[in-house]
Ligand binder design. Structure first.
Ligand code: NAP
Ligand code: HSE
Length: 428
């Protein structure tokens, strides 16, 4: 056998400890598959004394992840600390400067600094790999970069934050309000230390920005992502959308349009019978569409020790086997600046409103929509509760701009009791 591939692992939390466990438990299997042993030289975390459920005495300890990254006995620096800047970025840069390859699960760092890190890596003939950063255990980066390399990608979309999908499906299944389920998710340990990363759509947006770069050959541009979280989604939205045959999902969509690159992460409705519609709890799903292959659907665990460590090992094993793929699937200096689409592709929308019990109320709304070129596809009115009645409208495809102007005119009709809710319906 040839020389071992020697790792330095910084971060021994959920993911880091999982990686150490796999390398210890599966040493023979990994060596057989890679044609060389995969070993750990040194590890780093904040606390040396913490019990991590796995023996660490065989490995050198570094308090400073930058020192770990530079060690002579480390070939690959495995960054599993997290955070877009701080020690993760400093140690990753130090590792590349010292001639090490890098494997990371850190979507926040790559969504902001991915282009610079990829350029630094390639200038030094090194690689930065990040399978674990997107959709946990689902091998989506590999699928897109390698498996679909012969396709022009047309659209990438998915549910890539397990916490939000848990909250939305739990609200639906238990009929509970958002605030109550949010607390439940907190108690279950699902939420990031800063929950806004989850429920604000930021974490999932980071992941989508990375996939968009690979799919469309563009520089990662998280700043251009149109972001909206799930905080405004009420139990009424979920149950009423269900009545119309839809499920609410925090859905990410990236597509290259005539107007530029559209990247958005926002609550959308999808048909309840679709694969995305049937996705329950904290599971992730990524849908990849290419001109030759058509549609590919990948589903699996988006987080957790085993699934995420599995994805880290995929990158480690590639490096051990001598498979060296550019960070975003093509040389970093060939990635282009994408013009951000300033208008979304037209879509059907779901509107929910409370209409007053007045003659002609519905007609006024239909007329207003018609005046803005918005045609109604389906409509449902429920029984009047006191003086108002819930009304649902599904429109035909329209532009977001036309819809916004029409909705702005609703209050002037004098028949709407509360501001209408509008949710985009995605064709999946
Ligand atoms: P975690 O459980 O919070 O672990 C973070 C680890 O980093 C801890 O061991 C911590 O040390 C160590 N650390 C933090 N700051 C450090 C510093 N300055 N120097 C040395 N070590 C430091 O986090 P995680 O869940 O494993 O996540 C790690 C990365 O994987 C993040 O980028 C995350 O976004 C990504 N990721 C996680 C999941 C998941 O399911 N958890 C899924 C996909 C991607 P102490 O233990 O001593 O505090
Ligand atoms: N907070 C993330 C989620 C963890 O809920 O999916 C995995 O990236």
């Amino acid at each position: 056998m040839t020389s071992p591939l020697r790792l330095g692992i910084a971060g021994l939390g959920t993911v880091g400890a999982g990686v150490v466990k796999i390398i210890r438990a599966e040493a023979e299997l990994l060596a057989a598959r890679a044609g060389r042993p995969v070993t750990i030289s040194a590890v780093s975390a904040r606390s040396r004394d913490k019990d991590r459920g796995v023996p660490l005495k065989d490995y050198a300890w570094e308090d400073d992840p930058v020192a770990l990254a530079k060690r002579d006995d480390v070939d690959v620096f495995v960054e599993l600390m997290g955070g877009s800047d701080g020690p993760a970025k400093a140690a990753t840069e130090a590792a590349l400067a010292a001639g090490k390859d890098v494997v990371t699960a850190n979507k926040a760092m790559l969504a902001i600094h991915g282009q610079a890190l990829a350029e630094q890596a390639e200038a030094a003939d090194r690689v930065v790999r990040f399978e674990a950063a997107v959709a946990g255990g689902i091998p989506v980066v590999k699928s897109l970069t390698e498996g679909l390399a012969g396709n022009n990608m047309t659209r990438v979309m998915g549910v890539m934050n397990g916490t939000c999908n848990y909250i939305l499906t739990r609200m639906e299944n238990a009929g509970l309000p958002y605030a109550e389920v949010f607390e439940e998710a907190n108690k279950l340990g699902y939420l990031e230390a800063d929950p806004t990363l989850d429920v604000g759509g930021i974490d999932a947006g980071h992941k989508l920005a990375l996939l968009a770069s690979i799919a469309f050959g563009t520089k990662v541009n998280f700043g251009a992502m149109q972001l909206e979280g799930i905080e405004r989604i009420s139990i009424d939205d979920i149950t009423r959308a269900g009545d119309m045959g839809y499920k609410v999902k925090l859905l990410g969509v990236a597509q290259m349009t005539g107007r530029g690159l559209e990247q958005r992460m926002s609550p959308c409705l999808v048909p309840a019978t679709s694969a995305l519609g049937q996705l329950e709890n904290a599971t992730n799903m990524v849908v990849l569409e290419g001109d030759q292959v058509g549609q590919i659907v990948l589903r699996g665990a988006g987080a957790g020790e085993g699934p995420t460590a599995s994805a880290v090992m995929s990158d480690v094993m590639d490096i051990a086997r001598g498979i060296r793929v550019s960070t975003f699937g093509r040389p970093a200096d060939t990635l282009v600046e994408a013009q951000a689409a300033n208008e979304l592709q037209p879509a059907a929308y779901y509107l929910r409103m409370e209409l007053q019990d007045k003659p002609g109320a519905l007609a006024k709304i239909a007329t207003l929509l018609g005046e803005h070129g918005i045609s109604i596809d389906r409509m449902r009115q429920y029984n009047h509760e006191m003086s108002t009645a819930p009304v649902l409208i599904v429109t035909h495809k329209t532009t977001k701009d036309a819809l916004t102007v029409a909705l702005d005119g609703f209050s002037a009709t004098g028949v709407v009791a509360t501001p209408p809710v509008a949710i985009r319906i995605e064709e999946v």
